[in-house]
Design a protein around this ligand. Structure first.
Ligand code: MG
Length: 362
């Protein structure tokens, strides 16, 4: 049988209103614009969601940039190319991991749909549900936000912090809930030494990316000084970078963001290379992207730590797909259907699409 060929790409920019604004050290997000890719191959069609955020404030890639690269550089190289040559075709374009990861997701979805196999099975998942976590932004009333998350069923909380954050209300957290903090690089090791010591006394599960990027030696020194595990996120821009951070003692565990690494397979490779000292980090994904990372996070040999993202209703009144729902035990089910196990609802898609482009004959 001749190799399946990529025939067509459809690119969509969609705009979803966040249920609540998300506040971090980088600023406030009210909306989540998302780039979506639909591929049509000889085997069928599949969907991919790009992790890029609307603005390049957290990561260099951003929605409009990813769509430009997909339309003008990746798309033309993919259309007419055999599916099993897609990675090689995309390698001609340097970087742009999030755009490439969206294509990888869509091609996997198409192929697995044709094969009648789920993404979780394809990746080697060993769990049928994933322990969810709830990230709490730089909220005014931390105690109330934590109480609401716990009441909703979350057992793992991650608080966005800066050196100015007041965490005094944390002492009242009930047993059975783990709390970590994410500083998004906002601390300075000298200026904020006392604040870091105060954090260390709280019994947190981890302190994520306390210092700025590319300060692995400083992170290693801090990790040696603190009892609380120091973990890294922004520094984990490649499989090699993640492995290096753990090897040098700069991180007890790393956040794995498949888009940032260039796809699901690289994410899996990093998680396994660090012996499971890894978790899947969220990028406010909608239903398509969330289905993919649920399948990935279910590979417990690669990702031994709870995810730091939550059910669909945390972010969206209306998701692109059937919602991923928090169960009473604080977990979210891994989709079991062919491919991603979900696809965008056509009526929702029609309402939220801001722009649509096509590459190749339809
Ligand atoms: Mg982070």
């Amino acid at each position: 049988m001749p190799a399946a060929v990529v025939r067509h790409l459809e690119l969509r920019r969609v705009a979803l209103r966040l249920r609540q604004p998300v506040r971090t050290a980088y600023g406030v997000e009210h909306d989540r614009e998302i780039a979506l890719v639909r591929v049509v191959t000889d085997e069928g069609e599949g969907w991919g969601e790009c992790a890029a955020l609307p603005e390049p404030t957290y990561h260099p890639e951003y929605v409009a940039g990813a769509l430009h690269v997909l339309e003008h550089h990746l798309g033309p190289r993919l259309v007419g190319t055999a599916v099993d040559r897609a990675d090689a075709a995309m390698a001609a374009v340097v970087g742009h991991h999030m755009a490439k990861a969206a294509v990888e997701m869509a091609l996997l979805d198409a192929r697995l749909h044709a094969a009648g196999r789920s993404l979780a099975t394809e990746l080697g998942a060993t769990a049928d549900a994933v322990a969810a976590g709830r990230t709490i932004g730089l909220a005014d009333d931390l105690g109330a936000a934590c109480s609401e998350a716990i009441a909703a069923g979350y057992r793992h909380l991650k608080l966005k912090i800066t050196p100015a954050s007041d965490l005094s209300s944390l002492r009242s957290l009930p047993a059975g809930v783990t709390v970590s903090v994410d500083a998004n690089g906002s601390f300075d090791p000298e200026r904020d030494a006392a604040a870091l010591d105060a954090l260390d006394a709280l019994g947190l599960a981890s302190i994520e990316q306390p210092l700025a990027v590319e300060r692995l030696d400083d992170h290693a020194a801090l990790a040696a000084r603190l009892r609380t595990p120091v973990t890294l996120d922004e520094d984990v821009v490649s499989v090699a970078a993640g492995v290096d951070a753990v090897r040098r003692g700069a991180a007890a565990a790393v956040a794995v963001k498949p888009g940032r690494l260039g796809g699901l397979r690289r994410a899996l490779a990093l998680g396994r290379a660090v012996g499971g000292r890894a978790w899947i980090g969220g990028m406010y994904e909608a239903g398509v992207g969330r289905a993919a990372i649920l399948a990935l996070a279910a590979c417990t040999d690669a990702f031994a730590l709870p995810v730091d993202w939550s059910a669909s209703d945390r972010y969206w009144d209306e998701d692109l797909t059937a919602p991923h729902v928090l169960r009473t035990d604080g977990t979210i089910a891994v989709p079991t259907g062919p491919g991603l196990g979900v696809s965008p609802d056509p009526s929702v898609l029609a309402r939220v699409t801001v722009d649509r482009r096509s590459i190749g004959p339809s």
